[in-house]
Design a protein around this ligand. Structure first.
Ligand code: GDP
Length: 442
């Protein structure tokens, strides 16, 4: 899980605060000592940590917070706000040029994920209705051009390349001309990386910058390298001037130091985060949502967006009607489960739910296999039984258990889950009716 260690430590600290009806200055100071340690262990930049805890303490002590009715909650609220601020407050988007094509130049060290991210970004922009082209300017790493072509093919995005004999500057220029000619409104330039920052690399990147004046130079940097990532960002920014940062491999980053310090140290925003190896695993970066996730408050907005992206619109509408008419049967239940599977592993969905802390997630021990069993059970029912589960009594239950290779207990459990879901839907429909009549939630 992202930021697992930090999240757990902060939540433990705040649990202690919340448990107290009254807070003293000493309580806050001792909590801030714990926060400081937790952030340092997460590999957050020392100065950033010092400023952060100082700010939170200042806003807490002597401002009526401790005298309020819920001092613990107030402190958490302040920490949430300051974490959000640390990461840049609001979402930073790509600025598209009014005179297309918008040229985005991706830079970074070798292995940071530039080529993959170029493809992922192209895929996202395509979904937004743009017509991106990927330009292969990494002429040094063997197979880099081929890799970009493979990525482009998978996403059905054109790739412009001129082999590895031309200079990157000329390829970039020709790529932009190509885009103009064929109506591509975004050009994503994949540049070469090195194992370390060196002068030759920087000079080459500067040459491309001078010749094509990209609208956005974005650094792709590996989150798992913690403070090294921050130092790389500092160096690239001072040499080239960055518009933004794409932090990759956040899925494998249990500490979070780079995500929490890079904006404060460089002043440059994180625009996207890479959260996996699949070409869809790139997300816009929302500081507020990440702060809430770290503090175990969930990320309902991302959850809804994920659901919208994975659920079939027609089916969703259909489901809504069924909820209204209370005509929800086991076929719909199965349908709903299948759509949920599209959203990714259950554990990553639950991670976004408010109130789910690490321990609860572990205790839940979400078993993806259970979903497979549920599917098998429903598929072993007759059409009649799926439409009208009330007729599933003793002998039918036995037959279904046998047919699905499960047990009668498993069938019973599923039927119970279904009844509960149905009951919940009835309540939801009731609430909606109440609202329509002009009533309020009581
Ligand atoms: P480049 O040398 O900077 O072009 O790096 P590549 O695009 O070749 O990526 C290096 C490796 O990192 C590849 O195996 C990618 O699949 C992997 N990678 C890139 N982004 C992510 C990410 O967000 N999460 C994970 N888990 N792997 C990533």
């Amino acid at each position: 899980m992202i930021f697992e260690g930090l999240s757990e430590k902060l939540q433990n600290t705040f649990k202690k605060l919340k448990g107290k009806g009254k807070l003293s200055e000493k309580d806050v100071k001792s909590a801030m000592r714990e926060v400081k340690l937790a952030l340092l262990e997460a590999d957050v930049n020392y100065k950033v940590v010092k400023d952060f805890t100082k700010k939170v303490t200042e806003r807490t002590v002597g401002h009526g917070v401790l005298e309020s009715l819920t001092p613990g909650q107030q402190v958490i609220k302040i920490v949430n706000e300051e974490l959000t601020e640390l990461m840049g407050n609001t979402q930073s988007k790509i600025t598209f040029s009014s005179k297309p094509p918008t040229v985005i130049m991706l830079v970074g060290l070798q292995g940071a994920g530039k080529t993959t991210t170029g493809g992922k970004l192209g895929g996202q922009l395509k979904k937004l209705g743009k017509r991106p082209v990927l330009v292969a300017c990494d002429v040094y790493r063997p197979a880099a051009i081929k890799q970009l072509q493979v990525v482009g093919e998978k996403l059905d995005i054109p790739v412009f390349s001129m082999g590895d004999k031309m200079s990157p500057v000329n390829i970039a220029k020709a790529g932009i001309e190509h885009a103009k000619k064929y109506g591509n409104d975004v050009v994503i330039i994949d540049t070469a990386g090195r194992l370390h920052i060196d002068e030759k690399l920087m000079n080459e990147l500067k040459d491309i910058k001078t010749e094509v004046t990209p609208h956005e130079i974005m650094l792709v940097v590996d989150a798992m390298t913690g403070q090294d990532a921050v130092n790389v960002a500092k160096a690239f920014d001072s040499e080239l001037g960055l518009e933004g940062i794409i932090l990759t491999k956040l899925d494998g980053d249990t500490r979070g130091g780079a995500a929490l310090s890079v904006r404060a140290v460089t002043g440059k925003p994180i625009k996207y985060i890479g959260v996996g190896e699949k070409l869809t695993d790139l997300e816009p970066f929302y500081p507020d949502r990440l702060a809430s996730r770290i503090l175990g408050m969930g990320d309902v907005l991302s959850l809804i967006e994920k659901a919208q992206a994975s659920f079939d619109e027609k089916k969703l509408k259909n489901l809504e009607n069924k909820i209204k008419t209370q005509d929800f049967n086991l076929e719909d239940f199965l349908d709903q489960l299948e759509q949920m599977k599209n959203m990714g592993p259950l554990s990553s969905i639950l991670e976004m739910m408010p109130g789910m802390n690490n321990k609860q997630l572990k205790n839940l021990n979400v078993d993806e296999k259970e979903l497979v069993h549920i599917e098998a059970i429903i598929q072993s029912m007759t059409a009649e039984e799926r439409k009208n589960p009330n007729i599933i009594k003793g002998s039918r239950r036995k037959r279904i258990a046998k047919g699905s290779g499960t047990s009668v207990q498993a069938v019973n459990k599923l039927l119970k889950q279904f009844q509960q879901t149905k009951k919940m839907m009835k309540q939801m429909a009731g609430m909606e009716k109440g609202l329509k009549k002009g009533g309020k939630f009581k």
